[in-house]
Ligand binder design. Structure first.
Ligand SMILES: *Cc1c(COP(=O)(O)O)cnc(C)c1O
Length: 219
């Protein structure tokens, strides 16, 4: 069978990434048929930013997909994804972490998460300050959240083409990550999207979240 355009896009991108860098295919707004095409090329990690969209798609697709939640998560919606989510990348408050811990216990599992750190200039790109993350890690140290595992950090850079600014933001988060990596056995630094993933990888990203460069533009 010949490759579809989508599959060609995906394979080109995949070949362009260093092997040790994880790729999360961001499938938000795209139909399950498109996700299946990329799945058929071997991709297993997919990212969605809305709970409702994710819970609609998840049952229609293969069970071995590792779903990442990458958008702002409301506390009252954690319960809908707790049974199956592979990684919640967008933890932006201790209150949310507490609810994830509570729901994970209910489902008798541990849920992997990233703390989302604000690195952009813009207010719209949410996330916590590094001080907030340190405070959460202090409580995590005391065993307060036994049903979550903090695997590292996620960051979204400013929407700009200014490479120096992007580099500064990525390196800032990379430094913060490295300062805590050994103590917490961190494994994931999630930085970089379609427009900036190459620079993010140069700056230490271990996991990129790429949507439009694979699936095409969103409406
Ligand atoms: C949509 C989204 C992406 C992917 O963006 P593209 O520019 O389409 O690659 C990555 N991360 C987050 C948090 C997103 O919401």
């Amino acid at each position: 069978m010949s490759e579809t355009t989508l599959q060609t896009n995906f394979l080109n991108l995949k070949n362009n990434l260093p092997q040790q860098v994880e790729l999360v295919a961001v499938s938000k707004t795209h139909p399950v048929t498109a996700i299946q095409e990329v799945y058929d090329c071997g991709q297993r990690k997919f990212g969605e930013n809305r709970v409702q969209e994710l819970t609609e798609k998840q049952p229609e697709l293969p069970n071995d997909i590792q779903w990442h939640l990458i958008g702002h998560l409301q506390t009252n919606k954690v319960k809908y994804i707790a049974p199956f989510i592979s990684l919640i990348e967008s933890v932006d408050s201790e209150k949310l972490l507490r609810e994830i811990d509570r729901q994970a216990e209910k489902y008798n599992r541990q849920i992997d998460v990233l703390l989302q750190i604000k690195i952009a200039d813009e207010d719209a790109k949410t996330g916590m300050e590094t001080e907030d993350a340190l405070e959460i890690l202090k409580h995590y140290d005391t065993g307060e959240f036994p049903h979550v595992k903090i695997k590292g950090f996620m960051g979204m850079a400013t929407f700009t083409e200014n490479q120096e600014q992007l580099r500064k933001e990525f390196l800032f988060l990379n430094d913060f990550y490295n300062s805590l990596k050994e103590k917490y056995h961190f494994e994931i630094l999630s930085m970089g999207m379609s427009s900036d993933y190459e620079l993010a990888v140069e700056c230490g990203s271990t996991s990129v979240r790429v949507g439009s460069a694979i699936f095409g533009h969103r409406n």
